[in-house]
Design a protein around this ligand. Structure first.
Ligand SMILES: [Zn+2]
Length: 259
């Protein structure tokens, strides 16, 4: 039995922040060997770090989500990120989450400026970039293509793109993390697209406390629901479950350089 890894947990969220110790212990008991605590607002990094710093098997990211672009001056972003990388005792394994989200009315120029600063830092520190993309496929591909050669690796988190987007990501040799969305009843198109993504680039996430998989929708999402997502993927792909567990765990370690 292989151990699993949840590559996207928002431990700093109000619904989880008081339960980090319980979730950590339960997860380890249930066969989840690592988790990645996602920082999505640089102003909250210290708080997120305090929550997880003593938990050996929780990795961390550092980054500013496109929906929060307005909360910080762009010029402050590199200062914050570089300070946190220095101060965090090697716990930071990736830059993000960052990216583009055109679903809400956050000014696009500002989002792009913020995203490109993250890409520069990912390149400078040889860290993978953890990308959030919603309703912004064309600009995303344009920007990633421009930076591809300078980057170590790209992770498209919570992959929900079109087939065209998937094809372009495959050309750039991206990694993909699949969430509870692949279990949703109305996600047939997505299920067809993910069949075309290479298994050696697939990892999994719960995005806790959001996106609780079927049939647990309505409950607060936690890493314990990760196996529901992986089982669904195994059915979609008609591929042996143990093989997928082993492969996705080794993909995570390759991507984030965990030895
Ligand atoms: Zn996201």
């Amino acid at each position: 039995m292989s151990n699993l890894i949840d590559s996207h947990v928002n431990f700093g969220h109000d619904l989880l922040k008081n339960d980090v110790k319980r979730i950590y212990e339960e997860s380890l008991n249930e066969g989840i060997e690592r988790m990645l605590c996602i920082n999505s607002n640089l102003l909250n990094f210290q708080k997120d770090f305090e929550l997880v710093k003593n938990h050996k098997f929780i990795d961390m990211s550092v980054g500013h989500h496109p929906n929060s672009t307005g909360e910080i001056e762009s010029s402050e972003i590199p200062k914050f990120i570089e300070k946190y990388i220095k101060d965090s005792d090697n716990k930071i394994v990736g830059i993000g989450e960052t990216g583009l989200d055109y679903h809400y009315q956050v000014p696009r120029i500002k989002q792009i400026e913020c995203f490109e600063l993250h890409l520069e830092l990912a390149s400078k520190y040889h860290l993978p970039i953890i990308v959030h993309m919603r309703d912004a496929e064309e600009d995303m591909i344009d920007i990633l293509s421009k930076y591809r050669a300078k980057l170590s690796n790209i992770l498209i988190h919570c992959f929900t793109g079109s087939q065209k987007f998937a094809n372009q990501c495959i050309e750039m040799d991206c990694y993909y993390s699949l969430s509870g969305i692949i279990t949703f009843k109305n996600a047939d198109i997505l299920r067809n697209v993910i069949k075309t993504l290479p298994l050696n680039r697939i990892i999994f996430e719960t995005d806790s406390p959001y996106l609780t998989p079927d049939p647990f929708r309505g409950k607060t999402n936690e890493p314990k629901y990760l196996k529901t997502i992986i089982e669904k993927y195994s059915k979609i792909m008609s591929t042996d479950l143990d093989n997928i567990k082993k492969e996705s765990t080794s993909n995570y370690k390759k991507l984030f350089q965990i030895f």
